[in-house]
Design a binder for this molecule. Structure first.
Ligand SMILES: [Zn+2]
Length: 292
């Protein structure tokens, strides 16, 4: 997946180089003239008109989602770089590029094992507790999908499972014994005690892990949740409702596409067969891919 240069006025791909333009923060950039519409353009690699260079912006995002608060990222820059950026700017970058990359990767087709673990957890947002729903594929540790809601009930469970279903048919989904899962599983996946349909196709199995009976928690998903919750504890920006789901999506991107999983030693997207050739600065490469 290369970053294809095209005219930003007409999407034309016929152009000639037309010298360099000096920018304040991104060095010299190539200017092109489009041979289809005649206008000049520069290649938008995702950082058009940003007042800081891409390396600084992407390291801020990476540090922030690796569990450094926006204030700590600001302080780090203050100690190491000439120009300071406020903690609000750091948060703005995190949100802006999370949305961009999220919209891009959402169209990709990860190859998953189909052994899913789904659960919901509370997100402490000051006076209220929101619900964060998460479904993890076991072999790849890829987060299949998530859902953010104010309460947990059958309707929200269905919305969550519908999103999961969009990504393909799993072999089974394991949940805890919360009341709303069996009904939501029947509605969305027609899960049933009969293991095949009338046509003999296997149904998506719903495995219920009843902690009170088995004495064991849903450990497989809890390791992912505890990592996510560690980060949320330091998310002061989550106090704003509009901001919370975006930043949660950023944590999911960091998990799926940026960091190597401690057990598998691989980034989940690699195990899910998504060859993004993301190189060393993975956020930078993802933003460029998303900007095509
Ligand atoms: Zn053009």
């Amino acid at each position: 997946m290369e970053n294809v240069i095209k005219c930003k006025h007409c999407n034309g791909k016929n152009f000639i180089k037309k010298g360099l333009r000096q920018t304040q923060n991104r060095g010299k950039i190539q200017v092109y003239r489009c041979l289809d519409c005649g206008k000049k353009f520069t290649n938008d690699e995702g950082f058009y008109r940003m007042r800081n260079n891409p390396e600084k912006i992407t390291s801020a995002i990476d540090l922030y989602f690796s569990n450094l608060s926006s204030r700590k990222v600001r302080n780090y820059f203050r100690r190491h770089l000439e120009h300071n950026s406020s903690h609000v700017t750091v948060l703005d970058w995190a949100r802006r590029y999370t949305l961009k990359v999220h919209n891009y990767v959402n169209k990709l087709q990860p190859k998953l094992s189909g052994q899913y673990y789904a659960d919901e957890t509370e997100i402490d947002r000051g006076k209220v507790n929101d619900k964060f729903w998460c479904c993890v594929d076991w072999e790849t540790r890829f987060i299949v999908d998530t859902h953010y809601s104010l309460t947990s009930n059958i309707e929200e469970a269905k919305t969550f499972l519908e999103k999961v279903k969009q990504k393909g048919k799993p072999k089974y989904i394991q949940t805890d014994s919360a009341m709303f899962y069996p009904q939501a599983m029947r509605k969305v996946f027609s899960s049933h005690s009969y293991h095949t349909t009338y046509h003999g196709e296997p149904r998506v199995k719903h495995i219920v892990n009843n902690v009170h009976k088995t004495g064991r928690h849903n450990v497989r998903i809890e390791t992912v949740f505890s990592k996510i919750k560690d980060r949320v504890d330091d998310f002061r920006g989550l106090k704003a409702l509009w901001s919370a789901p975006i930043l949660m999506a950023g944590i999911v991107l960091q998990h799926n596409y940026i960091e190597e999983h401690t057990t598998t030693g691989k980034v989940p997207c690699e195990l899910a067969n998504l060859k993004l050739e993301t190189g060393q600065n993975r956020w930078l490469r993802l933003i460029r891919l998303a900007s095509n």
